[in-house]
Write a protein that binds this ligand. Sequence first.
Ligand code: ATP
Ligand code: MG
Length: 436
Amino acid sequence: MTSETPSECFVYITLPGQIEPVTAGRFVLSTDRRGVPEGRFVYGRSYLERANAVALDPVELKLAPRTYATASLGGVFGALRDASPDYWGRRVIQRHLAKAQPSEMEYLLSSPDDRAGALGFGLNQVPPAPKRNFNQTLELAKLQSIADAILNEEERPAPAAADDDHADAADHDQVEKLIMIGTSMGGARPKAVVEDESGLWIAKFNCPDDSWNNARVEHAMLTLARACGLTAADSRVVDVAGRDVLLVKRFDRQKAEGGYLRTRMVSALTLLRAEDTYQSRDKWSYVLLAEEVRRVCAEPGQNAAELFRRMCFNALISNVDDHPRNHAVIAKDNDWKLSPAYDLTPAVPISQERRDLAMECGDAGRFANADNLLSQSARFLLKRDEAEAIITTMEKQVQGTWYATARGAGVSERDCDKIASAFAYPGFALLLGRKA
Ligand SMILES: Nc1ncnc2c1ncn2[C@@H]1O[C@H](COP(=O)(O)OP(=O)(O)OP(=O)(O)O)[C@@H](O)[C@H]1O
Ligand SMILES: [Mg+2]
């Protein structure tokens, strides 16, 4: 596949209430004469004729008989980018294809059909049967050792060119397993998708260079978030060959007779029409996201308030990795709403006066500070006193209960010491413009 060659694929979707996908449309990715990528998407006529057809996303690709075109994001529409592998998955696919730089289309087509959301991709007009053979939780030890092997591989130079023909046959099995392990899910941390009798989970593995037991700490933060009134993904920690692994229940899949129902899902990056790059950071904003959430969600007031609570919670646990891929909206049927919160991790920056979230949260930019969070509370459809009450209550709750929650989630005393300065840090309560 050269950069001049147009490449295309079919986009499939599993419609609300269904377990089998249908073809929604066709995506073509090409480059113009100057080498600038352009993506085009068109819904299939028979798809548009379906009474139960739904749009791929709530912002860009409205159900309509037209050709959508984009030069942003390397020509990959936001909804498709969200369904495409991210840092971890790309690493695994590079290894699988023995290519240092697969094309975007190769990334899309190489990842298995366990990606977040309801979309799928393929070269046949008729979608393949949905994936049924998931790795089981019982196989976590094997998956963990494969993830370790991929991490260790980082020490060695990446393969320079395609070498598929010479792929060692004995390695084939291993490679097949590799490609299964969480490739389609986003994020940077090693992970795998696993199934038990209740449904699908994302297994997140601890890494050797983690500063603390991430599995237990993230589980504790999801528990604390729920206690603070947020909707957060279900989680538990399991012991796998003597190591802790975090299991997060997938909220975009629901076990049903004979398969899985799938929920559409797009990230806040897509809602904000932003990229995952430093240059795009001026669009990363809770305040702007609140506007989008109000526009897109069936219950604007409820969702905007929930977003406000998440912003406050992230400020109170110093979760400075709250970038827009760590927020999403989902639609099980026709209506969109915020997804449960996920990927909540505390950080311990040295500064006690000022910590910045990844997204802007008020008039003073990204400053994780109560006054700053309050400064734009009206955009979250909250009255000033309601917003103040949320902040005050949550501040007390985080300050007063983080330790017991962490210990209850099995975080060691030593790790609690390490993360202690993340919670309700002094700068959070600093008064900015207001008089004391
Ligand atoms: N419970 C869930 N159900 C469905 N999809 C999820 C769930 N949790 C996370 N995801 C999706 O998987 C992606 C990766 O998960 P997560 O953010 O937890 O991983 P990570 O590797 O820690 O990410 P990061 O690179 O932000 O540190 C998310 O961006 C989201 O799209
Ligand atoms: Mg993440």
